[in-house]
Design a protein around this ligand. Structure first.
Ligand code: GRF
Length: 199
């Protein structure tokens, strides 16, 4: 399975995917890592691993659809079969998603459908939940709302701050995302309504 990974920042989930491929845990290759920000730290992680990178600043395009089309074309040109969002801070519209049907996944730092959107860990902390976690899901035009591939739960401890909770969730993310990608890449599933189930 040929992956294309979209990032905007730190790239620790990108690193987890790179490491899972290197260890043989995930049978895939990364054709390209694309960032909408030239200063994304994740770009150096890709370069260090010998993965081709591309910076595509969204501000260089007149509107969202034009950016979406250019992004999809760049991925297709490199033979990408599965697009993995890893901290990519741009909404993708139909002009992108329709090019990759059931082939765009994202990781979100909450047990969706709880706490979609920004600062999910802070939202969970302030809400006072006792169990938090992360979700790998298919991307649809609606934010953080697509069919769920897999989830991991972590406890919230009395002494936690939003930061210690976020760190615990991130550790879980690094195990969960390669596993979610592995499951999607392996096939043998179908989406029935909102449910991802065995075919
Ligand atoms: C992660 O918490 C991920 O769940 C969210 O954005 C963050 C990206 O972190 N979508 P990193 O760039 O992978 O370190």
């Amino acid at each position: 399975m040929t992956l294309g990974i979209l990032i905007s920042g730190r790239g620790s989930n990108l690193q987890a995917i790179i490491d899972a491929i290197a260890s043989g845990e995930l049978a895939a290759s990364i054709a390209v890592v694309i960032s909408n920000r030239a200063d994304a730290a994740g770009l150096a992680r890709a370069e260090h691993a010998g993965v081709p990178t591309l910076v595509m600043p969204h501000k260089a395009y007149p509107d969202r659809a034009a950016y979406d089309r250019a992004l999809a074309a760049a991925l297709k040109a490199r033979g990408v079969e599965l697009v993995c969002l890893a901290g990519f801070m741009r909404l993708l519209g139909p002009a992108f998603i329709d090019e990759f049907p059931q082939a765009v996944v994202n990781i979100h730092p909450s047990l969706l459908p709880a706490f979609p959107g920004l600062d999910a860990q802070q939202q969970a902390f302030e809400h006072g939940v006792k169990i938090a976690g992360a979700t790998v899901h298919f991307v649809t035009a609606e934010l953080d709302a697509g069919p769920i591939v897999c989830q991991a739960a972590v406890p919230v401890h009395d002494g936690d701050t939003a930061e210690t909770l976020a760190a615990r969730i991130l550790e879980a993310e690094h195990r969960l995302y390669p596993e979610g990608i592995r499951r999607v890449a392996a096939g043998g599933w179908r989406v029935v309504g909102r449910r991802v189930q065995s075919a």
